[in-house]
Design a protein. Structure first.
Length: 348
C-alpha cells in the first residue's frame, strides 16, 4: 500500500508529464497564442465598453475581432508584404552593385578620399566602401531572411493566422474566466496572485505603450520622411527606427541623423537639411510629448531594461522578440517587486 507521501509524489510526476506533453502539443502554435493574448489584452478595454452597451458577449467579441482585423492585422499584412519586397530589392541590389545605397557610398568615399582633412589618415576607400555596404546589406538581409522564413510556407502561415484569430476571439470573450482559472492554480496566498497580476499588467502596459505606440509613431514618421525625400527602402528604415526607438537617449536618431549627414555629404544638401530638421523638431519630440501622456502614473520600466530586453528578445526569439522580450522582463520585474515587498520582509 502506498503512503500519502508516495501518492503525492506520484501525482506530481504524472502532472509534470501531462503538462510537458501538453506543451509539446501546443508548441507549434505558441507564437500564434502569444500574439492572441497580447492583442486581447490591448483591446480588452474596447471590448468592455462595447459589451457594456450591447450586453451580448459573443456579438461584442465578434465586433472587436473585426475591428482588430481592420485596423491592425490587414494593414500589418500589407506592410509585411511591402517590407519583404523592399528588403529583397535592397539586398539583391547591393549584391549586384545596382543599389541606390551603393551609389551614395561611392560618392561618400570619393569625397573622403579627396578631402584634405581625411587624406592624411590614408583611409582605404575600398575597405570603407565594403564596410558601409556590408552594414546596409546585413540590415536588409536580416529582415529579408526573417520575413521569408515567416511567409515562405503559405499553408503554415494561414494555419497560424487562423489559430491566432480563433484564439483571439475566445481570449477577448472569455479572458476573465481564463485568468481566474490561472490564478486559482497559482500557489500564492493572501491574494498575492492578484497583486502579482496587477503589478505585471501595469509594467507590461507601460512598456508596450513605449515600445509600440511611441516607437511606432516615430517609425511611421521616419518612414514617411524617407519616402518623401526619395531614400531607398523607406519602409525598411521605418521599421528599423521603430526598433531603435527603444535605445536610451539616442533612439531612432541612430538612423535619421546618419541619413541626413549622408545626403548632405553626397551633394543633396537641402534633402539632408530637411531630414535633420524634421528629425530634430518632430520625430525626437514625439517621445518627450507622448511619454508623460501615455504613461501617467503607471509603473514604467527603466529605458535601459526596455532596450536590453528588446534587443535580447530579438536575438533569442527572432523578430517577434521585439515584444516577447519586454513582456518577459515585465513579468520578472513584477515578481522581483513582490519578493521585495512581501517575502523579503518575512525573511528578515
Amino acid at each position: 500500500m502506498q503512503t500519502p507521501k508516495a501518492q503525492t509524489v506520484l501525482f506530481f510526476v504524472i502532472m509534470l508529464i501531462v503538462t510537458v506533453a501538453v506543451f509539446f502539443i501546443m508548441k507549434p502554435f505558441i507564437y500564434a497564442i502569444f500574439w492572441a493574448v497580447i492583442l486581447a489584452g490591448l483591446f480588452m478595454p474596447v471590448y468592455e465598453k462595447v459589451d457594456k452597451k450591447l450586453g451580448r458577449p459573443t456579438i461584442s467579441a465578434t465586433i472587436v475581432l473585426v475591428l482588430i482585423c481592420l485596423i491592425f492585422i490587414l494593414p500589418f499584412g500589407f506592410i509585411i508584404s511591402l517590407l519583404l519586397k523592399e528588403s529583397m530589392d535592397i539586398y539583391q541590389g547591393i549584391s549586384n552593385d545596382q543599389s541606390q545605397i551603393n551609389v551614395y557610398v561611392r560618392k561618400l568615399t570619393e569625397l573622403i578620399k579627396h578631402n584634405p582633412y581625411t587624406d592624411s589618415l590614408h583611409l582605404d576607400d575600398a575597405a570603407l566602401t565594403e564596410k558601409i555596404t556590408e552594414i546596409s546589406k546585413s540590415v536588409a538581409g536580416y529582415f529579408f531572411e526573417n520575413l521569408k522564413n515567416f511567409t515562405q510556407n503559405t499553408l503554415q502561415f494561414i494555419v497560424q493566422l487562423g489559430v491566432m484569430l480563433y484564439a483571439l476571439f475566445y481570449f477577448i470573450r472569455d479572458g476573465e474566466k481564463f485568468l481566474e482559472t490561472i490564478l486559482r492554480l497559482l500557489p500564492l496566498e493572501n491574494d498575492r496572485d492578484r497583486i502579482l497580476l496587477k503589478k505585471f499588467q501595469k509594467t507590461a502596459n507601460s512598456t508596450l505603450k513605449v515600445t509600440l505606440i511611441i516607437g511606432g509613431i516615430q517609425g511611421i514618421l521616419g518612414g514617411l520622411l524617407f519616402l518623401v525625400t526619395g531614400i531607398q527602402g523607406a519602409i525598411l528604415w521605418g521599421v528599423v527606427m521603430i526598433i531603435t526607438a527603444v535605445i536610451p537617449v539616442v533612439g531612432c536618431a541612430l538612423v535619421w541623423v546618419p541619413a541626413g549627414i549622408f545626403m548632405i555629404i553626397t551633394g543633396h544638401f537641402w534633402t539632408g537639411i530637411l531630414i535633420l530638421a524634421f528629425g530634430s523638431l518632430v520625430i525626437s519630440m514625439v517621445d518627450h510629448f507622448l511619454r508623460p501622456i501615455l504613461l501617467g502614473k503607471d509603473v514604467s520600466m527603466h529605458p535601459l531594461l526596455i532596450f536590453l530586453s528588446t534587443m535580447g528578445g530579438i536575438i533569442v526569439f527572432g523578430f517577434t522578440g521585439f515584444i516577447i522580450g519586454p513582456i518577459i522582463m515585465s513579468l520578472a520585474m513584477a515578481v522581483w517587486r513582490m519578493y521585495e515587498e512581501y517575502y523579503l520582509k518575512e525573511i528578515v
